[in-house]
Design a protein around this ligand. Structure first.
Ligand code: FAD
Length: 454
């Protein structure tokens, strides 16, 4: 197996590299190695009846396979440099935005054409937020929705499958550096290439770290985001979500001057479990299909933590806190805001009597026993700040699920071409620590493909 370019990982970063490589140079021999399944074979065994919780499959169908971690996501493509990654630090703000727009065009021409583009430009909410000590970040948001996102991925795969060699269910075990090329080693075989694009995402973080250690590629520690997912009646945020869909709002706490921010807003959506290396955390989805919409909106409130000396592993800190919630709740914990403020745990009865019907079956408990005081204080302050622009946020029946953790990869030292100190070895997407979103990861793939094609 000899290729011009091998891509490791078929998430958005890998897919958009492959797309752009064969578009710009039809003669290129390109292969993608992916540890998960083809898109149509990706199915989580949890059905809520026979299989009620994670059975730790060898490769997680939610996180791995064609489409990567984003395949069953809400499909929110944020076109902005204000969040979602720091790609602009390598390639410049203008180029980063242009690439995100280009990715949007491709999604639109592959089944996403009827989805809506929201924008904060000219929104009066900027003023209202500022007047309440809140900062609404600038962004355009293309919301595909979980269902349309899946259709778009399927269409892109159909277009690529005859032009690119896809090797599914093939985890790459090792990467060797040759004189003028690379050897990719997997169970039962190997392949060589002139150039290699590594796009292994969050799920490939330990593998990525191992490769960096072996080849002495420098990395530095990244942050971890910790907090809760808030669920409330959709009407409370309707004025914001109908205009902006997702509003990324940052609040600086009075007490500690920590930044708390909203993250991943899902109007009329559902709260879901997320499994990261066997640890159950919480996330959210929403659908474009009107029949799947709920009466609730959910979003996360997160605080970033970054450790340096002597403890460097921010992710390990996040994992320990998530483990604590799993120990106390057997999974995700749910608590009414009113119970949290009164210093008591939620019970099944109190949740049943609540006016907000939870969309996730979680264990009623006490989040103050899980989250560090400083983080919890910040979240409570922000809930009261949000209550000023969306009255009802701080109602007793508002539901909090915990914990939500956003893990980030170690950041790999890369040049302006997203290339390591080994010429022709590129590291892109979330696996590089440079991006943390669908749009930035995809844009990084296009960028590197164009650099390779010259
Ligand atoms: C539930 C959920 C919802 C999300 N919602 C959104 C959203 O609405 N908007 C947004 O911007 N972002 C969202 N994200 C984040 C987004 O999915 C990621 O930022 C994006 O997928 C990163 O793309 P990537 O290509 O870098 O990595 P990934 O999508 O993680 O893809 C990496 C791929 O590499 C494969 N791989 C790993 N190691 C190996 C190996 N050794 N050999 C072969 N293959 C390997 C993995 O199986 C995986 O398929 C969400 C994430 C989750 C989990």
């Amino acid at each position: 197996m000899k290729y011009d370019v091998i891509i490791i990982g078929a998430g958005p970063g890998g897919i958009f590299s492959a797309y752009e490589l064969v578009k710009n140079n039809k003669g290129l021999k390109v292969a993608v190695f992916e540890k998960g399944h083809r898109l149509d074979k990706r199915k989580c065994p949890i059905d809520g009846e026979k299989v009620r919780s994670c059975i730790n499959c060898p490769t997680c169908a939610i996180m791995s396979g064609f489409g990567g971690a984003g395949a069953f996501s809400d499909g929110k493509y944020n076109i902005t440099n204000d969040f979602g990654g720091t790609l602009y630090e390598h390639i410049g703000k203008k180029a980063a935005l242009e690439l995100m727009r280009y990715v949007d065009e491709i999604n639109m021409s592959h089944g996403g054409e009827n989805s809506k583009l929201y924008s904060t430009a000219g929104s009066d909410f900027k003023r209202i937020c500022v007047q309440n000590r809140l900062n609404l970040l600038n962004a355009e948001v293309r919301h595909l929705g979980t269902d349309v996102n899946y259709v778009v991925l399927g269409n892109i795969y159909d277009e690529l499958k005859d032009k690119v060699d896809f090797h599914f269910d093939t985890p790459v075990e090792d990467l060797e550096i040759l004189d003028g090329g690379y050897r990719v080693i997997f169970k039962g075989g190997e392949a060589v290439c002139d150039k290699c694009i590594v796009s292994v995402g969050r799920s490939g973080s330990s593998w990525m770290q191992k490769i960096c250690d072996t080849h002495k590629i420098d990395t530095c520690s990244n942050r971890v985001d910790l907090g809760v997912r808030v669920e409330l009646p959709a009407v409370v945020f309707e004025h914001l979500t109908s205009e902006l869909y997702e509003s990324k709002i940052v609040y600086q706490t009075e007490k500690f001057e920590d930044n708390v921010r909203t993250f991943c807003m899902n109007p009329h959506g559902i709260v879901v479990n997320e499994n990261t290396n066997g640890i159950i955390t919480v996330n959210g989805h929403s659908f474009e299909d009107a029949s799947k919409k709920t009466d609730n909106t959910n979003f996360a409130l997160l605080v970033s933590k970054h450790f340096s000396e002597p403890f460097k592993n921010s992710n390990e800190y996040g994992e320990s806190i998530a483990r604590l919630s799993n120990m106390l709740g057997g999974g995700v914990i749910i608590q009414r805001f009113g119970d949290l403020m009164r210093g008591r745990r939620s019970t099944v009865k109190r949740i049943e009597e609540s006016t907000v019907r939870p969309t996730l079956n979680a264990t009623p408990g006490d989040l103050s026993l899980v989250l560090p005081k400083r983080i919890l204080d910040g979240i409570i302050e922000m809930i009261y700040a949000l209550d000023k622009i969306a009255p009802g946020t701080a109602n007793d029946d508002t539901l909090l699920y915990g914990v939500e953790v956003k893990f980030y990869n170690m950041e790999v030292l890369l040049n302006e071409n997203l290339e390591t100190n080994f010429p022709g070895l590129y590291i892109i997407g979330d696996g590089s620590g440079v991006t943390h979103s669908l749009s930035h990861a995809s844009a990084s793939g296009v960028y590197v493909a164009r650099h390779i094609c010259g």
